[in-house]
Design a protein. Structure first.
Length: 364
C-alpha cells in the first residue's frame, strides 16, 4: 500500500514531464514557513506546544498551451516539491515529505494556488512503550497534502522573483495504522523563485476550442485497502468498496456523477466484537451488521488523462453508528484507456479519515 501511494503521487508529475515538449519554462522556488498547528481534535491538544516551522522547495515546469488542458486552466505549472516541518514538539518528531504538485494562476498571474500530494516520513511515530503520547501519527510513513496561496511576482531582479502568502500542511496515515489523529498546520510563508531561462516564452492563445459533451455513461469501480480501528491493538484489516455510478460530461473540464457504494469494512466487525466483549458499549448486542450502503453525488474535474474526483455521500443502510451518516471522498483518477481507469481516493467523515482507497474501474 505504501509503495502504491509513492508510485501514484510521484509518478504523475514525472509522467507529465516526459510528455511535455522540451521548451523553456523550468524554475525553482524556496519558501520558509512559520505558523500554528490547528486544534481540530481535542485529542491532540497536548501536542500543540509551539509554532511549527520549516521549508518548501519546488522544481516546476511551466506550460505554454501545446495541449488543451494547459489553455483551459490558464497555463498551470507542475512539478516536484520537498517539505520539511519541525512542529516544535519532541513527541511529534520532524516530518520530511516528497510531493507532486500543480500551480494554478489567477489575477493576471499575480496570485498562485498550489496543491501538492505525496508521502512524508516522520521521525518519532506512536509507540506503545516509548512514545505513547503521539496519538497523531501511528506510523512512520504518512500521506501528506499541502496547499499554498501566494502573491507571486516573477523576475523582480533579473531571473529572481518573490512570493509570499499562506500555506496549509496536512499529515495523516489515512487510518492505515492507529492512532491517527493527524495534524494540520496553518502557516505564513515567504520565498524566492529562480528562472532558468533568461527570456519569456510566448503562450499559445490563437486556438479555437471545440465544445465537448458526452451522453450519460455507466461506471463500475472496485476499491480496496487496509485500515485499523481507533482502538489500538485490534489490528489492521482489509476493506472492499463496490461502487456503481452514472456520469454526464457537460464540458471539457466537468463531469457530474450520481451513484451508490457498498462498503465491506472488516475493522468495523472487529470493533463491534471488541466493544461487546469489553462491555464498553452496552447498547450493542454483537449482531450488528458491519456492512454499509451509501448513495452519493460527485464531480470530476478533468486535466487531460488525469482528473480530480470529489464526492459527497449519505449512508442509506447504516446498522452500526460510526462517525455519522455522511461521508466525503476525494482523490485522483487516471484514465488508462477511454474505458478503463485507476483511482486513489481518501474517504473521510468530516476531518476524520476512514481510509485510503486504491481501485480500478471501467466506464462505458
Amino acid at each position: 500500500m505504501k509503495k502504491n501511494l509513492i508510485i501514484l503521487f510521484l509518478f504523475v508529475p514525472l509522467y507529465l514531464f516526459s510528455q511535455e515538449e522540451t521548451r523553456s519554462g523550468f524554475f525553482m522556488d524556496a519558501n520558509y514557513f512559520y505558523g500554528t498547528i490547528v486544534r481540530h481534535n481535542k485529542d491532540i491538544a497536548h501536542l500543540v506546544t509551539d509554532h511549527p516551522q520549516g521549508f518548501i522547495l519546488g522544481y516546476n515546469k511551466k506550460t505554454f498551451g501545446s495541449k488543451r488542458w494547459h489553455r483551459e486552466y490558464n497555463y498551470p505549472d507542475w512539478g516536484i516539491s520537498v517539505v520539511h516541518q519541525n512542529p516544535g514538539n519532541d513527541i511529534l518528531g520532524e516530518n520530511y515529505g516528497l510531493y507532486g504538485h500543480f500551480n494554478f494562476y489567477f489575477l493576471n498571474r499575480n496570485v498562485v494556488f498550489r496543491i501538492g500530494q505525496g508521502i512524508a516520513y516522520t521521525t518519532n511515530p506512536f509507540d506503545l512503550e516509548t512514545n505513547f503520547k503521539n496519538n497523531a501519527y501511528g506510523s512512520d510513513l504518512l500521506s501528506s497534502t499541502y496547499l499554498l496561496l501566494n502573491y507571486n511576482k516573477q523576475r523582480i531582479f533579473k531571473d529572481i522573483g518573490l512570493q509570499a502568502g499562506l500555506a496549509l500542511v496536512h499529515y495523516s496515515n489515512g487510518n492505515f495504522r492507529a492512532p491517527n489523529s493527524s495534524t494540520n498546520s496553518i502557516t505564513f510563508n515567504v520565498g524566492l523563485q529562480y528562472e532558468f531561462e533568461t527570456e519569456e516564452t510566448e503562450y499559445i492563445t490563437n486556438v479555437t476550442e471545440e465544445n465537448i459533451t458526452e451522453p450519460i455513461k455507466f461506471n463500475l469501480a472496485l476499491r480496496s485497502g487496509i485500515n485499523e480501528s481507533d482502538y489500538v491493538g485490534l489490528g489492521q484489516h482489509p476493506f472492499l468498496v463496490v461502487s456503481t455510478f452514472l456520469d454526464k460530461r457537460v464540458s471539457y473540464k466537468s463531469k457530474f456523477q450520481i451513484g451508490a457504494d457498498v462498503f465491506f469494512s472488516e475493522f468495523l466487525k472487529k470493533q463491534i466484537d471488541y466493544l461487546v466483549a469489553s462491555q464498553l458499549d452496552r447498547s450493542l448486542t454483537g449482531d450488528e451488521d458491519y456492512k454499509r450502503v451509501g448513495v452519493f453525488v460527485g464531480h470530476e474535474l478533468t486535466l487531460n488523462k488525469l482528473s480530480v474526483v470529489s464526492q459527497f455521500g449519505y449512508y442509506a443502510y447504516y446498522p452500526y453508528d460510526f462517525e455519522g451518516r455522511t461521508y466525503i471522498r476525494a482523490g485522483l483518477k487516471y484514465y488508462l484507456t477511454n474505458q478503463f481507469f485507476g483511482v486513489t481516493t481518501l474517504k473521510s467523515h468530516g476531518a476524520k479519515v476512514e481510509g485510503v482507497e486504491f481501485g480500478i474501474g471501467f466506464r462505458i
